[in-house]
Design a protein around this ligand. Structure first.
Ligand code: DOR
Ligand code: ZN
Length: 422
């Protein structure tokens, strides 16, 4: 089947270029990119004038919840949500029940993925058995099983000696360590950022030091072991500064943030909306600005959704008792377009780079691009369409979006993947 996408603004995130041209797809492959393609036998023509055409996205922080918490999300529903968000590769987080901490667990998950997944799914495993922080997993065997990264995401490994060993083993087996940086002794039982909002609302706060102290420790340990380290969900200015300094020293560190950290702040919690209860917590407006600046300057390399589905029972309760997390796969690109393009922090090639080439680089997989000869995996995005985030439109099994009711500018119009439009 021959498909012609006409006059879209094509983004090449690898070279950070954009140009207006037509794309001819035949049997799922991009056969030609040129201005004004004329060709016989076109079965479907898409007018993409005024639209952005970009490669599909890689999201390296996604909680698919399977096995064990299929009431929140499954591989099937989570990857459907991914496609709806233009994401065709996800890195699944290992804080499932039980955790992905052994070769057998990875094998089981691989089978589920093979049978149920609608997008590509890469697997990460825990750093410690059962994510309990006491005993390292068998990193060598997990690497042999094709695990891309290790992380105890949801919590941090408190034992520094154990963490150093993890970095050493990771280095030996060329595996990435993803750090959820949180010092529990500082975070205590906090539920939102420590500061003006926590005082006004009378809720226990989490100091920023709970994050940046652990970012600093983890970077130092990785540096000593000469291992690669990736800092997950950076939320505050101080973490940015520590990462920036480490990069200047030449440490192999990369960092991600999630859309809520540059689009919302602690003031958004004044209505006690538990969908905005996230860990690390939403910080101040100054932090949100610092995150945007860090994306612009490249200190934060990439954007990941930290898609964290939870059931209504776990969210529709008192703020203190609600689970931490927001879904994000289906809104990440539009939130980023709204905040970073409209806000003039990034241009399109830069923004797309942070959703495609950068995470691919960090994970060591092929870099998404729109090029002749490659499989067509692309998004047609309307940059001016305005829409409101609504619960009923999610493919995700859970509806706990911190963006419900938010007006966004820019919407995915279609996703082309594996030879068909979705
Ligand atoms: O808010 C969060 N939710 N932060 C995490 O680190 C874990 C995640 C989850 O698994 O729900
Ligand atoms: Zn985390």
């Amino acid at each position: 089947m021959k498909i012609l996408i006409k006059e879209g603004k094509i983004i090449n995130p690898k070279k950070r270029e954009e140009r207006i041209a037509d794309i001819l797809i035949d049997k799922g492959k991009i056969v030609k990119i040129a201005p004004r393609i004329n060709c016989a036998g076109i079965e479907r023509e898409i007018n993409a004038a005024g639209k952005i055409v970009m490669p599909t996205l890689v999201d390296m922080h996604v909680h698919l919840r399977e096995p064990g918490r299929e009431d929140k999300e499954t591989v099937a529903t989570g990857t459907k949500a991914a496609l709806a968000g233009g994401v065709t590769t996800v890195l699944a987080m290992p804080n499932t029940e039980p955790a992905i901490d052994s070769r057998e667990a990875v094998k089981l998950l691989k089978e589920i993925i093979k049978e149920k997944a609608h997008s590509d799914v890469l697997i990460s495993a825990a750093i410690t058995k059962g994510r309990k922080g006491n005993e390292l997993v068998d990193i060598e065997n997990l690497a042999k099983e094709g695990v891309k990264a290790i992380t105890d995401d949801g919590s941090s490994v408190d034992d520094s000696q154990l963490m150093l060993k993890a970095f050493e083993q990771a280095k030996k087996n060329d595996i990435l360590v993803i750090c959820h940086s949180e010092d529990r002794s500082l975070a205590k039982k906090g539920v939102l950022n420590l500061g003006f909002s926590s005082t006004c609302l009378g809720l226990r706060g989490i100091p920023k030091s709970a994050e940046f102290e652990r970012v600093a420790r983890d970077i130092r340990l990785a540096e000593e072991a000469e291992a690669r380290i990736h800092i997950a969900h950076v939320s505050c200015k101080e973490s940015v500064e520590i990462i920036s300094q480490a990069k200047k020293r030449g440490v192999g560190v990369s960092a991600e943030t999630a859309p809520h950290y540059f689009s919302l702040s602690e003031e958004d919690l004044w209505g006690f909306d538990t969908n905005k209860k996230i860990n690390p917590p939403l910080r101040t407006q100054a932090d949100s600005f610092a995150i945007k600046q860090a994306l612009k300057e490249g200190v934060i390399d990439l954007i990941a959704s930290d898609h964290a589905p939870h059931t209504e029972n776990e969210k529709d309760i008192e703020f203190q008792r609600a689970e931490f997390g927001t879904i994000g796969l289906e809104t990440a690109l539009a939130v980023a377009a709204t905040e970073l393009i409209q806000g003039k922090f990034l241009d399109w090639p830069d923004l797309v780079n942070k959703f495609t080439v950068k995470p691919a680089e960090v994970l060591g997989i092929a870099k998404p691009e729109i090029r002749e000869g490659r499989e067509a995996a692309l998004i047609v995005f309307d940059p001016v369409k305005e829409w409101v985030v609504e619960e009923n439109n999610f493919f995700s099994k859970s509806k706990n979006s911190c963006f419900l009711g938010k007006k966004l500018k820019g919407k995915i119009e279609m996703v082309f993947y594996k030879g068909r439009f979705i």
